[in-house]
Design a protein around this ligand. Structure first.
Ligand code: SME
Length: 160
């Protein structure tokens, strides 16, 4: 396959996921390597969703450690319960933040970030990492994102 994403002109999220998700699945299908899988997924989501930052933090001992991502440089370690990522890890659930300034303890890696979604990656009932996406727009994430990204993390969990 060629490594070029084919995306619709519209910014409508459901339409973008409809085009994007099968292409990410195709990239993941024949790739067992974790880093290669996460790196291409981060790039696909970053370009496919037009966001500020898309990437992964991986559970290593008592912290989330920065993994493959696209976007501005980010903090490299997050403790359990800290920030949106650490809360998603602790609560083992997806967190959608409409306005990061309203989220107690939000870790501002970039002042341009206004809203965020964090989806935990579960392997054998344990959180092994989180998918984090940041947007420059308030309220940029909804149930459409949650459902699509939770599906994607189920596929990614098989690579761990
Ligand atoms: N905002 C996140 C930190 C990671 S960056 O957004 C890439 C948080 O509060 O956990």
């Amino acid at each position: 396959m060629t490594e070029t994403l084919i995306l619709p002109e519209t910014q409508d999220r459901a339409t973008r996921y409809h085009a994007l998700i099968p292409q990410i699945h195709a990239l993941l299908q024949d790739e067992d390597d974790l880093i290669a899988s996460l790196a291409n997924t981060a790039a696909g989501l970053f370009h496919g969703l037009n966001v500020l930052w898309a990437g992964f933090y991986l559970v290593k001992h008592d912290a989330l450690v920065l993994g493959p991502f696209q976007g501005p440089i980010a903090c490299s370690r997050i403790k359990l319960g800290h920030g949106v990522c650490g809360q998603s890890w602790a609560q083992r659930k997806t967190i959608v933040v409409d306005d990061v300034d309203e989220f107690p303890g939000h870790i501002a890696c970039s002042s341009a970030s206004k809203s965020e979604i964090v989806v935990p990656i579960l392997r054998q009932n344990q959180v092994v990492g989180v998918l984090d996406i940041d947007s420059i727009h308030l309220k940029d994430f909804s149930d459409i994102d949650r459902v699509a990204l939770e599906d994607l993390t189920r596929v990614l969990s098989t690579k761990f």
